[in-house]
Design a binder for this molecule. Structure first.
Ligand SMILES: C[S@@+](CC[C@H](N)C(=O)[O-])C[C@H]1O[C@@H](n2cnc3c(N)ncnc32)[C@H](O)[C@@H]1O
Length: 324
């Protein structure tokens, strides 16, 4: 498929509506109802996520941006010239600009994201800013095996994976190992992987970050129900579910839930799902790691930790890992 910008060709592996339906039916049939967080991100979900990033309580985005801004030169020296970059969950593509500006003659940029229209718009913007760069957007679900497009006549000196936003925290530690193992296979031995990881910290700071006063995270959470209504003829009353975000200290993760405000039944493509008053749908986890914890997880996934950068308040970390 041709992307909106004439110079971009989309490698389109977007999950089908059938996969969405299966995931929703499976998740809502469990004794403890769940929905996969990857389905937050349709065009509206991506737009809401960008607004979350602007909220004063939501420190991760601006903190990671500051770290990358401060250390972009050091990171670029570590990577070297003529790199090809694959960004997992590229979103608005804001942070990659810092790297692309600092790198010596980067060869190619492959954003990978499940939110197709949003990614294409971001890729088209980047193409305007970096006209000499080969940009090859890939719409795919990175929790499933997928192949990258072959870029002919491009021989990068280094393959680099970039996974910012602490999106790795959406996986359980076991899932994170599987994901990192998959990136290792995609990028190959010797590749560099840069991962943004939110650090363990006071539960109050975390809880505030996921409960912004403007209610944008709540809208983002509920948007999943709106998407089910739109795509799968759901009958969710969005006002019948409250946003709840809590710190789970035993598991070291923030959890997001949608809490049913009364006894109610919802139909999705004619199939009935019953909710008790106070019953929750678990929609997202965001695991937080200490630096040694994450480095150990990286080692268990075939990577060797090379460097780590943090902000002065030790809120967030950016790890450089080498695929071995
Ligand atoms: C937390 S946001 C981070 C966005 C951006 N990288 C940043 O640092 O601000 C997660 C991004 O990953 C994408 N995403 C989430 N799950 C995905 C999946 N399973 N496969 C591909 N992309 C996914 C979303 O569409 C979104 O752009």
């Amino acid at each position: 498929m041709k992307a909106p910008d004439a110079s971009l060709y989309l490698h389109d592996l977007e999950p089908s509506i059938a996969e969405f339906r299966t995931a929703v039916f499976e998740g809502l049939s469990k004794p403890r109802k769940t929905l996969p967080c990857k389905y937050f991100y349709d065009a509206e979900g991506s737009r809401l996520f960008e607004r979350i990033c602007e909220q004063p309580e939501y420190y991760p985005t601006r903190t990671e941006f500051q770290i990358l801004e401060t250390y972009a030169g050091e990171i670029a020296r570590l990577i070297g010239p003529h790199a090809s970059l694959v960004e997992f969950g590229s979103g608005a593509g804001i942070k990659i600009r810092l790297l692309l500006e600092a790198l010596e003659q980067p060869r190619a940029y492959l954003p990978v994201d499940i939110s197709r229209e949003h990614m294409l718009a971001a890729a088209a913007d980047l193409a305007r800013q970096f006209p000499d760069l080969c940009i090859a957007p890939v719409c795919a679900d990175y929790t499933q095996p997928f192949a990258l497009p072959t870029l002919h006549d491009l021989e990068p000196d280094t393959q680099v994976g970039f996974f910012p936003g602490s999106t790795i925290g959406n996986f359980t530690p076991m899932e994170a190992r599987v994901f990192l193992g998959r990136t290792h296979t995609l990028l190959g031995n010797g590749a560099m992987m840069l991962v943004g990881v939110d650090l363990r910290k006071d539960g109050a700071v975390l809880t505030a970050a996921y409960n912004d006063a403007a209610g944008i995270t709540a809208a983002f959470n509920r948007n999943l129900l709106r998407r089910i209504n739109d795509v799968l003829q759901g009958t969710f009353d969005l006002t019948g579910f409250a946003h709840k975000a809590l710190w789970n200290p035993e598991l070291g993760r923030m959890e997001m839930h949608l809490v049913s405000q009364r006894v109610q039944s919802v139909y999705i493509e004619g199939r009935r799902f019953d909710f008790e008053d106070g019953e929750t749908i678990h929609t997202e986890n965001s695991y937080k790691y200490t630096i040694p914890q994450f480095q150990q997880l990286a080692r268990e996934s075939g990577y060797s930790p090379v460097a780590v950068w943090t902000d002065t308040r030790q809120l967030f970390s950016v790890h450089a890992l080498r695929a071995i």
